[in-house]
Design a protein. Structure first.
Length: 443
């Protein structure tokens, strides 16, 4: 039981971002049920309920597999009796608890509607199986995918393989079939195989997303050939980008975007053009948030560069900002190339004007980039609010208008995103200006 409570803390209360999202999500849930937010009108509260639940579970859902790998990869863990079994039982216990909590919120959201509009037992059972299947697959898949980028791509393809095969063989209503008894059996089989491997493996390795140091082979003169020493600027760039490059990051985003577009087209082409376009462009806009992950990593690695770089805090911040903008440009070019595939072949094309669609697609990446630069010191409640506003901007600025098919562009949402980008840039500047680098070092 102690392991369960410790894992519950790791999943929902370990980082300041997790604590902020948990508090905001619970506040949204309670407020939505008490005051019928956001319009104080009778009817189902499912949209606000879903938003609150997602705020609470988004971090453990997307990072739970990586957290589990980090915990079980520790050598000290091997000395504790039944440590892996307790970790596995605690992880699946949290998954079941989260599923039951979502089912209770889903049932509660329809209590204010007439009885004939409430979901029946079959609909509730289908929602339970869908939630449990998705949670199980996320936990197992992200645990495997956290090993390396190659495994991430392989697992992404294997995860979508059943749906692709069913569509290829002309099976109707494949989503309902995968969400029903077939999906439950698949999740049970995947969970059983994963549990057996997890408990019997001699050693579980940590994630290997960073590039390994290439050691030269004695028989290869090209590898052992003397190389020109790197300049200080080149060495700093290699350090903050983890030995990567901006074009390389853009190329990875391009390949991942093309794979995601192909999967979405195969699975969702029967849903209609507008729904498919909104889903594709929404995912591409969310892909620009990779800039935030890269800039956050750059900000953490920049602490070791203050004295070796020979720059003041503000000079180092300006240099880091230029590096972030290069990454943002590379990611933006890759996303724009993928969006061109959504714009050209489909008919009818999105009703939103191109002058609005392009900045609405790329501005979230700039917001995420400056939000990542803020993470070098003093993370807090404001960061969670900014991330929530960024997600809301993508939904209300792109996904919803494209799904509805309206030709009226929500310019106010785009203006709010631009204002958020300016605000985040100023907050990042203030944090870098007042950073105490000794206190900023993590224990």
């Amino acid at each position: 039981m102690k392991t369960f409570w410790q894992l519950l803390r790791v999943g929902f209360w370990m980082l300041p971002l997790q604590r902020a999202l948990t508090v905001i999500g619970l506040t949204v849930l309670v407020g939505g049920q008490l005051f019928r937010l956001p319009f104080n009108m009778p009817g189902s509260t499912l949209p606000i309920t879903f938003f609150g639940v997602m705020l609470v579970i988004i971090v453990p859902l997307l990072a739970g597999g990586a957290f589990l790998r980090m915990l079980c990869a520790s050598r000290a863990l091997l000395l504790r009796p039944h440590a892996r079994g307790r970790l596995l039982a605690g992880a699946f216990g949290i998954l079941m608890l989260a599923t039951l909590c979502w089912m209770f919120c889903y049932w509660l959201a329809f209590q204010a509607v007439p009885p004939k509009l409430r979901p029946d037992a079959e609909a509730l059972l289908l929602m339970f199986s869908l939630t449990l299947n998705f949670g199980t697959m996320c936990a197992v898949v992200l645990f495997i995918a956290s090993r390396s980028p190659l495994w991430t791509l392989v697992i992404l393809i294997l995860w979508q393989a059943p749906g692709l095969l069913l569509h290829a063989f002309g099976v109707e209503d494949a989503a309902r079939l995968l969400g029903g008894p077939v999906g439950v059996l698949m999740s049970a089989a995947v969970g059983a195989v994963f549990a057996v491997w997890f408990l019997r493996a001699r050693r579980i390795h940590a994630g290997a997303w960073r590039r390994r140091d290439v050691t030269g082979d004695a028989a290869d003169p090209a590898v052992n050939a003397p190389q020109a020493p790197a300049t200080r600027e080149q060495a700093m760039t290699r350090w903050v980008l983890a030995n990567g490059t901006s074009p390389g990051i853009g190329l990875q985003v391009l390949v991942a975007g093309l794979v995601l577009l192909l999967i979405q087209w195969v699975l969702g082409r029967q849903a209609g053009v507008m729904a498919l376009q909104s889903m594709m462009i929404g995912v591409l806009s969310a892909a620009t948030l990779i800039t935030g992950a890269v800039s956050s990593s750059m900000a953490r690695r920049s602490r070791a560069l203050w004295l070796p770089a020979g720059r003041t805090r503000l000079e180092l911040h300006a240099w880091m900002e230029r590096q972030m903008l290069r990454v943002a440009v590379a990611v933006g070019i890759a996303v724009a190339a993928c969006a061109l595939l959504v714009w050209v072949p489909f008919s009818p094309r999105p009703a939103l004007p191109l002058a609005y669609l392009v900045p609405a697609l790329l501005v979230p990446g700039l917001c995420a980039g400056w939000l990542g630069l803020m993470q070098q010191h003093h993370r807090g409640f404001f960061d969670a609010l900014a991330g929530t506003g960024l997600a809301a901007g993508i939904f209300y600025g792109l996904v919803q208008p494209l799904y509805v098919g309206t030709a009226e562009a929500p310019w106010m949402v785009l203006a709010a995103e631009i204002a958020l980008a300016v605000l985040l840039r100023e907050v990042a500047y203030v944090r870098w200006r007042g950073a105490d680098w000794r206190r900023a070092q993590q224990a």
